[in-house]
Ligand binder design. Sequence first.
Ligand code: SF4
Ligand code: F3S
Ligand code: FES
Length: 256
Amino acid sequence: MTSYTAHFKVWRGDAAGGALRDYEVEVNEGEVVLDIIHRLQATRTPDLAVRWNCKAGKCGSCSAEINGQPKLMCMTRMSVFARDETVTVAPMRAFPVVRDLVTDVSFNYAKAREVPSFVPPKGLAPGEYRMAQVDVERSQEFRKCIECFLCQETCHVVRDHEENKSVFAGPRFLMRVAELDMHPLDAAAEAGIDRATSAQDEHGLGYCNITKCCTEVCPEHIKITDNALIPLKERVADRTYDPLVWLGAKIRRRGQ
Ligand code: SF4
Ligand code: F3S
Ligand code: FES
């Protein structure tokens, strides 16, 4: 096993301000960035704030910007950097800093609450639901989400535009709307909820210009743009511009 000393720059500070600080830290073979942050805590900076839980890429807690790239610290191997390269670790930049590498991600929880949950179909008890395998697989892809919020912080609509946060739910929650809108058993329409239209009018789908940055950073490799956002945009277009769909919706609303 070979060890070496790496040069790190780690952001230290709080809501009032902060800066990158330089550290020399020991690195051992097979380690990830989170190991180095833990070694810093154990040996040099016991007050360094960092959020983590599983160290296995599954809890979504250790999101940060590593050399300016949104990443999970526990899934970023030190072996991807040259030994003489400076590794910079900073908090996610789209959310307010609490301290050091910890950000306040409550924006995401507020957006999650704005999406109406699955509406169970009438006349079917749990256990009696039947779906085509293709529909099961579609939902399962979206359900791999670990809520790391890397897609949320990467999307340019909010990354440098705090003012857009009130009107844009972000890719993670637009994906949730898409999942439910495409779910064959979701009975939201019967309950008077038009998910596609609300994606456009209330969750800011129109702000997404399919740059795909969200998809590129997703550690679960969910095809957020191709499989959720673009189909959702198509469904909005169908509902808005297809005269037959428009008429059907109008008649349905009258019936209610
Ligand atoms: Fe993270 Fe991917 Fe879920 Fe976005 S969709 S929160 S990037 S796991
Ligand atoms: Fe943003 Fe992803 Fe759309 S990065 S612009 S939500 S494709
Ligand atoms: Fe759980 Fe990194 S510590 S995803």
